[in-house]
Design a protein around this ligand. Structure first.
Ligand code: IVH
Length: 358
């Protein structure tokens, strides 16, 4: 094949693979079977190997490159990565809503209601549509440069699709480990005698902070975006920003909803709670955000959290299991403690096998 033809085919394959990736990870509507995707990827790898002049670090073949790092660089966040105020019962949600109505001197508010994903926060920087930096939250003011690891996560776009995105874009979201991937990883680890992952949240955080990107690449991580850190060139409300990000190739959680007032938030919370067990990933509550950015700006911040958002947590998870035996332990001082041996049960992010019976 001539170099010219090879270059054309390489461009075409990259475009096609990106589009398949988008259909799979963002639209959840794969357009080709995995085998076809793999075939296109192999064809691209072959052509790139034969025509190194067309090498491109953002080619879909280049997700896992790079030698292991010695340490991560520190990155200062231009816009701090904040935390969220918490609510644990409906009254606190009502109080939050009433506070905002009073401050804004209005009678009703639209919120975006979103699942609170239990993973690790990430900031993704794009220059002219190319991923240039991925940073962890760290202490909120500065985090670690984990770009090489983030690049291995298939649902993080390396190159944005379409047009109209701002030339400088910082997208924030959560990296998480889907439950199916977590279980499959641990099943395989048990068979080969490797260390198992403790829970999906720790697994996501530990996987993202591997010095060797090859190791991160083997962990089944995924990503959902939930915000843009910058405002330039973007719509003026949360819902429209999420829709724009989706169009540019970022996965947006399908459970996000626009709701009205505290009652809308509380209905959402109940519906989400009912779905929780059936979701493919762990969540620990709902997040409510004032939709309109002008109103967000008017509300501003208290210490390290925005006044315009609230995390409404789910209660600690409960699970049923079988009591296998009760053993009696005698402590050094002679104190006797009965201990229940349980059929292992995954609850609240950990596997429980024993419980002291006071
Ligand atoms: S918004 C200024 N939305 O929860 C608002 N955060 O306590 C910043 N999180 O570390 C966050 N799901 O990583 C937002 N839908 C969501 C979220 C979410 C999970 C995490 C986030 C942050 C923590 C905030």
């Amino acid at each position: 094949m001539s170099a010219h033809r090879a270059g054309q085919r390489i461009r075409q394959l990259r475009e096609e693979l990106r589009e398949h990736n988008y259909r799979y990870h963002v639209l959840n509507d794969p357009s080709v079977p995995d085998a076809e995707y793999d075939r296109l990827m192999r064809e691209l790898e072959g052509l790139e190997a034969g025509h190194p002049q067309f090498a491109d670090p953002n080619s879909p073949t280049q997700r896992v490159g790079a030698e292991p790092a010695e340490s991560f660089d520190t990155v200062r966040h231009q816009v701090p990565m904040l935390s969220l105020g918490n609510a644990f019962d409906p009254q606190e949600v009502q109080d939050f809503h009433q506070r905002l109505l009073k401050r804004l001197e209005c009678e009703s508010l639209l919120y975006m209601a979103e699942p609170k994903l239990d993973g690790v926060a990430i900031a993704l920087h794009y220059h002219d549509g190319k991923l240039v930096l991925a940073a962890t939250r760290g202490d909120g003011n500065s985090g670690e440069d984990v770009t090489l690891n983030a690049r291995t996560i298939q649902s993080i776009p390396l190159t944005l699709r379409g047009s109209g995105f701002p030339s400088r874009l910082e997208v924030r979201g959560e990296i998480y480990m889907p439950l199916a991937g977590f279980d499959a990883y641990n099943r395989a680890a048990r068979e080969t005698g490797e260390k198992t992952l403790v829970n999906p949240r720790n697994a996501a955080s530990g996987s993202l902070r591997q010095l060797d990107p090859q190791l991160t690449a083997k962990r089944p991580l995924a990503f959902y975006c939930y915000a843009a850190a910058t405002r330039e060139g973007l719509p003026n409300n949360q819902y429209d920003v999420l829709m724009a990000l989706k169009g540019w190739g970022f996965p947006v959680n399908p459970e996000m909803r626009k709701v009205k007032d505290a009652d809308g938030c509380l209905d959402y919370y109940d519906q989400l709670g009912a779905k929780r067990e059936a979701l493919a990933y762990e969540i620990d509550g709902a997040v409510y955000k004032v939709n309109d950015f002008e109103l967000q700006d008017a509300l501003g911040f208290v210490s390290k959290a925005p006044r315009w958002a609230l995390a409404h947590k789910f209660p600690a998870q409960e699970q049923m299991t079988r009591l296998l035996a009760i053993e009696v332990q005698v402590g050094r001082t002679g104190a006797i403690t009965p201990v229940a041996r349980l059929e292992p049960v995954f609850v609240g992010g950990v596997t429980v096998t024993n419980a002291t019976l006071h």
